[in-house]
Design a protein around this ligand. Structure first.
Ligand SMILES: NC(=O)c1ccc[n+]([C@@H]2O[C@H](COP(=O)([O-])OP(=O)(O)OC[C@H]3O[C@@H](n4cnc5c(N)ncnc54)[C@H](O)[C@@H]3O)[C@@H](O)[C@H]2O)c1
Length: 298
């Protein structure tokens, strides 16, 4: 059993705990969580909980780390963990900017650790099939790849105000999936967004981005933070010869698909990584597209 030390047990950290509870090859033994009430509840569930990374490094006995702190802490957390020399699976986006992700790449290179980034859509079987179909030429010349992420409800104000905006927080998934499916890093981006009207929140509620790929194929990312019933993730591909529209996460069944993908992602990380797991270079590439959008719109 590969033992993971989870750093950050908030919304996503606890989603990982649920996902990994069904794994037969990976288990979370240790958790770093500074919020004492959350730490107490997790201790009662049988985890060894540390209030700081130092505690995990001094007393933990793990084979790798899973970082699920807010994005603004990713670089510092990975810098603290790296000297232990163990592999790290970091949540996306791996920092808030391309420079942050580049700093993480430098840390990983210096300490010789293996890093994987949590772009879990790459582990959904329907996405893997679609990638194979694109590579086999099923669609002919690709015209459009439309990736959607419509969340059921947004996270809290504190998270939204510090997560870099809808493109950095949500849209990096769609940028990564379009890049991964087509094999082309987007070279252009434009878009438009609708700001939240929730008092105290400075963040977008919805946005639409168009991405230009070097071959001329167009990418579209549609993002929204208020979708009825449950989180929705969709992908649509139109080529000269075929078309497909897939609802990857939809309704009640979506949760199980995400859980399986998160579990498969962690298991492949524990097994040494796979060809489709995202690398730090993929994280840098996604955040570079965000930077391009910011430059274009300022
Ligand atoms: N892959 C996905 O689909 C997905 C979905 C949601 C969130 N995320 C990512 O997961 C990360 C966490 O998001 P979240 O919504 O869970 O945030 P959150 O605020 O709900 O949880 C973060 C947790 O980290 C803890 N924390 C803060 N600083 C810490 C530190 N220095 N060391 C240890 N723990 C610390 C907080 O106490 C909190 O419990 C973000 O990077 C976000 O982008 C990914």
């Amino acid at each position: 059993m590969f033992r993971i030390g989870l750093v950050g047990a908030g919304r996503m950290g606890q989603t990982h705990l649920t996902a990994l509870s069904s794994s037969t090859t990976v288990t979370v033994t240790d958790i770093v969580e500074p919020r004492s009430e959350v730490a107490a509840a997790l201790t009662a569930e049988g985890y060894t909980v540390h209030s700081s990374i130092d505690g995990l490094l001094e007393r933990g006995d793990v084979d790798g780390f899973l970082v699920a702190t807010p994005s603004g802490f990713h670089v510092d957390v990975i810098r603290q963990l790296a000297p232990a020399g163990l592999p790290i699976l970091s949540e996306k986006p791996c920092g808030l900017t391309a420079d942050d992700a580049l700093a993480v790449a430098a840390i990983a290179q210096k300490s010789g650790i293996r890093l994987q980034i949590g772009y879990w859509r790459r582990f959904v079987p329907a996405m893997l099939e679609l990638k194979k179909d694109i590579e086999s030429g099923r669609f002919g010349r690709l015209l459009l790849v439309h990736a959607s992420q419509w969340d059921y409800r947004p996270p809290g104000a504190e998270f939204r105000n510090s997560s870099g905006g809808i493109l950095t927080d949500m849209g990096v998934h769609e940028i990564d999936v379009i890049h991964w499916l087509t094999g082309e890093a987007p070279s252009g981006i434009s878009g438009t967004a609708m700001m939240s009207t929730t008092p105290g929140v400075v963040d977008e509620d919805a946005a639409v981005f168009t991405l230009t790929l070097p071959s001329g194929t167009l990418g579209i990312a549609t993002l929204g933070r208020f979708y009825p019933e449950a989180d929705f993730v969709g992908i649509e591909v139109m080529g000269e010869e075929d078309h497909v529209r897939l609802n990857i996460l939809e309704g009640d069944a979506g949760g199980a698909i995400q859980m399986a993908a998160l579990r498969d992602q962690a298991e492949s990380f524990a097994a040494g990584g796979t060809v489709h797991g995202a690398t730090i270079d993929d994280a840098v590439a996604a955040l570079r597209v965000v930077a391009l959008y910011t430059e274009n719109s300022s």
